[in-house]
Design a protein around this ligand. Structure first.
Ligand code: GLC
Length: 819
């Protein structure tokens, strides 16, 4: 491949050219401290939240010029020539270059002028510290007298204001001082946009190294010089550092180390940067002392790699498709974990406005939590509790749900009309996975208004809305948006209705009724609700099929004035993906209609990069529909190819037993075996999911946008493991229901489930796409495809034989497919 490939074991992506089409990053994080590192070491670090607690500057043009990063210069003091180990920003071309992005670390290696250098950054799993192991090797036949410089721009605190015209003002509060081999910086005053945190920035940042620095520079002006740039800094020309502390100016954290290497000689050292409370000198001293020791850093490095390996090696799959294995075994799982633990805050696209106002996002966090349930139930449980606490006593949900550690205000209360439904779905995921019903009745305290109640009471308050408020057609109101945030102009007057929401409400009311039946049967209030939910669910089934079906497909919504969108009469936005694919997912229509609309979806929305969001794109801004019409055609929600929605689609086809269609969508969207040409167009990392790629109406059809930060990661795992390999947790056991390419002979997977381990081997002697003839557990044939819960803490051998013969699967198919 032109830019690189996966290592043999799939656990590293090895980049062989530094000039990838966009910065290809790794996200190094323990969930609190995060450092984003690209293949040329551009990127930045932040604490908890990129918007509120930035450590490094985040450049506005990170995606193009990569002006911000941890740049490592090497200066040959005999010639005055200098270069970057990370091959950027100085322009001296390298004799060799490689970047290995791994799980929890990266290694960038390059050679210039006979000196090979390598950088290995990682973030400790328990200390809030990032460390960079640095190695230098003199491969020439001359002694080299070298100065190594680390350069990075610091910012401290809130990005808003600091990264625009008011930077001059905010720089006045900067402070950075050198003490005993370490730089320590903070900000004397911050004023957060959410109104919390006026005063001293709560943190201080230290920067230290195992090798005593020969000099340091904190002034950006002195390091770079006037009329120069970071590619050509004055400090590298003169090889001088001022060694002066800086207060009240633009600051950098630059250290210099002097090293002489004889021919063939090599050396290693490390630098580390970490966060403590701003006034906790004891903690600073302790951490600085620890991170001055090479051995401590090595130990941390080993522990970090082990942590990530242990977390990600759970539930491995082994199929004939190597790219798929690499995808779900390592990288997409890694991406989902990172999204979950960083509260969706790690990429090069957002930061300045999105997260600073606390917009972790009700449904986004839940989406990751649902995916995490199969791998780390504690994280899933914690996230569900936190998100539920963003519901107020009157059932209103905050759409902006900052992580609690930030103590920031929830935002956009009641802004989107679907949020609480994702809580039902995720709670269902969690219980099906764990069998733990206790969460339903656990006490939660609202972060919106402080009231305390059991979790289910929070949910039913939110669900009241769908029982008591109905639009003119009897559908739920869309307000200023449903899953599609950008349909914000359809219903602000309180009459517009969402067909998709009608479907989703139908499904989740039924699900909540089941949860209540299983946890609170006999409770008078719960019994009444069960009845209400069932009957409103049935009512919605009728409304969707009778009033939202235009003879060919399901329309998308009705505006405040009663006219429909996503309908036959629309010149633009005539046919939407979501209402077609969610009809089968929500079980809100019959099989005939499901297949009919899925045929139409293929005909009208399929592209070589996956399914478009709708067609045709909007070309003019229309306030009665919303911001969706304002995005440039083919971008964002305006008819781009949304990755997450493609996974919804893949599942819908899978539920109908249409294996090839499911596979086609998955392969189009997930880049793990993209060709060079396809990667060139997509531009983004071949080892990660992105939010969307641009649609055919865009100038850049196929170009990817917004890497890392997307619920697609969780949904790829749900699609592949749950619906393709067909191993899905249900309340009473593990369902086996494969829907695979017919040419596969079979596959294996290990599935931990409620304390037991299932070693599942599926064989496909008749080369069918779906249908199970036999399920044998520990030598005993089952009468159904549901493996009952053993709960004995043991390992169980499961043999599944697929086949056309009327086995157990055929008998159940009707009830299982659309449940
Ligand atoms: C973005 C949001 C997600 C939303 C989607 C469609 O991906 O993060 O929550 O559902 O856009 O609007």
């Amino acid at each position: 491949m032109k830019y690189g490939q996966f290592s043999e074991d799939g656990k590293e992506y090895v980049i062989e050219r530094f000039n990838t089409p966009r910065p290809w990053i790794n996200c190094l994080t323990n969930g609190r401290y995060t450092s984003l590192v690209s293949q040329v070491s551009s990127g930045y670090s932040f604490y908890y939240d990129m918007g509120l607690h930035a450590i490094n500057h985040k450049g506005l043009t990170d995606l193009l010029e990569c002006t911000q990063g941890k740049f490592h210069f090497v200066r040959d003091n005999d010639t005055g020539r200098f270069w970057n180990i990370n091959c950027h920003p100085s322009k001296l071309s390298a004799q060799s270059y490689e970047c290995r992005h791994g799980l929890g670390y990266s290694t960038i290696t390059s050679a210039h002028d006979g000196v090979s250098g390598s950088l290995t950054p990682f973030v400790s799993t328990h200390d809030d510290v990032e460390s960079w192991l640095v190695e230098l090797d003199n491969q020439s036949d001359k002694t080299k007298h070298l100065s190594i410089y680390l350069y990075q721009e610091m910012i401290f605190g809130c990005l808003i204001g600091q990264s625009d015209g008011a930077a001059w003002f905010w720089n006045s509060f900067n402070e950075i001082r050198y003490r005993d081999g370490a730089l320590i910086g903070t900000k004397r005053f911050v004023d957060r946009p959410d109104g919390k945190g006026k005063g001293h920035w709560p943190y201080a940042v230290f920067l230290t190294s195992t090798l005593q620095p020969a000099g340091y520079e904190c002034s950006k002006e002195k390091f770079i010089g006037m009329y120069r740039s970071i590619a050509d800094p004055l400090a590298l020309e003169t090889n001088k550092c001022s060694n002066e502390d800086v207060v009240g100016k633009p600051i950098v954290g630059a250290l210099r180390w002097d090293i002489s290497l004889k021919p063939g000689e090599s050396t290693q050292f490390a630098w580390s940067m970490g966060v403590t409370a701003w006034d906790d000198e004891a903690d600073q001293t302790k951490l600085i002392a620890k991170y001055k020791k090479q051995q401590s850093i090595r130990d941390e490095f080993d522990a970090t790699r082990k942590y990530w390996h242990d977390q990600l090696s759970q539930n491995p799959v082994s199929t004939p498709d190597r790219a798929l294995n690499t995808d779900v075994n390592w990288w997409t799982k890694y991406q989902m974990y990172i999204n979950a633990i960083t509260w969706r805050d790690s990429n090069f696209y957002y930061g300045n406005f999105w997260t600073a106002v606390g917009n972790g996002g009700f449904r986004n966090i839940l989406c990751d939590a649902g995916g995490m349930a199969s791998f780390n139930k504690d994280i899933a449980r914690r996230h569900i509790r936190i998100i539920a606490s963003y519901i107020s006593g009157d059932g209103k949900q905050a759409h902006g749900t900052p992580r609690p550690e930030l103590k920031a205000r929830p935002s956009h209360i009641g802004a989107k009309n679907d949020d609480v439904l994702w809580l039902v779905m995720t709670l269902e995921d969690y219980i099906r996975e764990t069998g733990d019903y206790s969460l339903v009745t656990e006490e939660i305290t609202s972060l919106v208004d402080g009231h305390t109640a059991p979790l289910w009471q929070f949910i039913i308050k939110g669900l009241d809305y769908y029982i008591s408020v109905k639009g003119p057609k009897g559908l739920p109101l869309i307000g200023t948006g449903d899953w599609n945030d950008a349909l914000d102009g359809v219903g602000p007057e309180g009459k517009g209705e969402s067909v998709w929401l009608g479907m989703f409400v139908h499904m989740n009311l039924k699900s909540m009724a089941e949860i209540l039946r299983r946890t609170l049967s006999g409770d008078e209030q719960a019994e009444t609700l069960i009845e209400q939910y069932e009957s409103r669910g049935n009512e919605l089934y009728k409304i969707v099929n009778e009033k939202c079906w235009n003879g060919e497909y399901f329309v998308r919504a009705f505006k405040d004035d009663g006219t429909s969108i996503g309908d036959k009469h629309c010149k633009e936005g005539a046919f939407f993906l979501n209402t077609q694919i969610w009809a089968p997912i929500c079980g809100v229509t019959d099989k005939v209609r499901s297949n009919q609309v899925l045929d139409l979806v293929k005909k009208r929305l399929w592209t070589k990069y996956g399914m478009r969001f709708f067609e045709p794109a909007y070309t003019q801004f229309d306030p009665s529909i919303g911001v969706i019409t304002g995005f440039s055609p083919g971008s964002h929600e305006n008819a781009a190819i949304f990755s997450q929605a493609n996974m919804f689609a893949a599942i819908a086809y899978g539920m109908m037993g249409r294996a090839q269609d499911m596979l086609d969508i998955y392969k189009a969207v997930s880049p793990f075996d993209y060709s060079d040409a396809a990667i060139e167009v997509r531009q983004l990392e071949p080892y990660g999911q992105c939010q969307y790629v641009e649609g055919p109406e865009s100038q850049d059809f196929g170009k990817g946008a917004c890497h890392w930060l997307t619920g697609t990661a969780a949904w790829v795992l749900r699609t592949v493991i749950g619906f393709m390999l067909g191993v899905r947790p249900e309340y009473d056991g593990l369902r086996i229901d494969p829907c695979i390419p017919g040419e596969w002979d079979g596959y294996r997977l290990t599935r931990k489930f409620r304390g037991d381990t299932y070693e599942i081997e599926v064989t496909n002697p008749d080369h069918v796409e779906s249908g199970v003839a036999k399920v044998i557990v520990d030598g005993r044939e089952l009468a159904s495809t549901l493996i009952p819960v053993a709960s004995d803490g043991k390992s169980h051998k499961v043999q599944v034989v697929m086949g056309k013969s009327a086995g157990c699967h055929a008998r159940e198919k009707e009830s299982v497919a659309v449940s």
